[in-house]
Design a protein around this ligand. Structure first.
Ligand code: FUB
Length: 339
């Protein structure tokens, strides 16, 4: 073979093809380098939003939130909001998907929502009045939704065994299709739901959280800061990874409180305390959810940074979350473009 190959038309077109390929690869790498992997935190800034519940329906990520009022001096919210995205960079605002007045029996406090897909429909689980949980149903993730029962699913006044503050509903569907509802402030509760999702299918049980020596963890208190592991405050959520059940919750309202987690072998527990999900953020409440989207894991949470530290005017945020080889969560260092 000749060491010198003349520049034939064929070689020329090959060289051109290589050049185009090189430019394409170079530009793709440049684009990947400069394209943000998610919007800067907080990712909703045109209104105050809190208590994010992140759910994947189809190939899209939906975040249902409560909605703090611009002039709020308490958690006197009146509607629930929805945002969705394909890429965590561009978010669509779906507006208010349900309002307190859509439940004829509810009076106040449109607090932390959750959503689930079942029976070909989308169900919202919504706490009101600080003592009730209602269910709304719709045909799409963004509704329109209507009251699915015409009465609360959980009501402390008729079901005191639900605990004195049945708020913060969170749902989990296991591989066997059973659906579990977690809720409660200070007292974590779990109950199996009927497949209709509009009835309870089992006893209301307290969620048991143990320390690594098998002792129940002490309860969270507003003004005290017992050492970790500290007990349950509010904001439960559940996810399953590699056959294990991760119970995520806020460990209260102390200066260093945050989202923590415990792991168990069944959705009803007991769960053994593991550690923090993320660092403490500037806010008097901590509420979030861990969610897998397109092969990556994320923690959604809220902060009060955008309002300058007003805990009644919060903003939802998201950061990527990773696991150690033994399945433990590597505590997330939160990001913000406001710092
Ligand atoms: O948003 C009102 C309440 O604040 C929620 O129910 C709690 O989880 C806390 O975030």
């Amino acid at each position: 073979m000749s060491p010198y190959t003349p520049l034939t038309t064929r070689n020329l077109s090959n060289s051109f093809r290589h050049f185009i390929l090189f430019v394409f690869v170079y530009l793709s790498a440049l684009l990947a380098w400069t394209t943000p992997i998610k919007a800067a935190n907080p990712f909703v800034r045109h209104l105050f939003t809190a208590d994010p519940a992140a759910r994947v329906f189809g190939d899209r990520l939906y975040v249902y939130t409560s909605h703090d009022q611009n002039d709020a001096t308490y958690y006197d919210m009146v509607d629930w909001r929805l945002f969705s995205t394909d890429d965590l960079v561009t978010w669509k605002d779906h507006g208010a998907v349900f309002q307190l007045k859509d439940f004829a029996w509810a009076k106040k406090f449109a607090w932390a929502p959750d959503a689930i897909f079942a029976n070909g429909k989308y169900y919202l689980f919504l706490p009101t009045d600080r003592n009730k949980i209602g269910v709304a149903v719709g045909d799409t993730p963004a509704g329109p939704f209507k009251d699915a029962i015409g009465a609360p699913l959980i009501d402390y006044s008729t079901t005191p065994e639900a605990g004195s503050e049945p708020i913060d509903p969170a749902l989990f569907t296991d591989d066997d299709s059973s659906t579990w509802l977690y809720f409660g402030c200070r007292q974590p509760m779990v109950v199996k739901l009927d497949p209709s999702l509009t009835k309870l299918a089992g006893p209301l049980q307290q969620v048991v959280i143990l320390d690594p020596s098998g002792q129940p963890v002490p309860r969270a208190k507003p003004d005290k800061q017992p050492p970790l592991p500290r007990g349950y405050g509010e904001a439960p959520s559940m996810f399953k990874r590699e056959g294990r059940y991760y119970f995520v919750y806020s460990n209260g309202w102390a200066k260093d409180s945050t989202l923590v987690y415990a792991i168990g072998d069944s959705p009803a527990g007991p769960f053994t305390y593991q550690g923090k999900v993320m660092n403490h953020v500037a806010c008097s409440t901590h509420h979030g959810m861990v969610c897998e989207f397109r092969g990556k894991w994320y923690v959604f949470y809220h902060t009060a940074e955008l309002s300058g530290g007003n805990g009644f005017r919060r903003s939802v945020c998201v950061d990527e979350l990773t696991f150690a080889p033994d399945g433990k969560i590597i505590p997330v260092t939160t990001t913000s473009s406001l710092k």
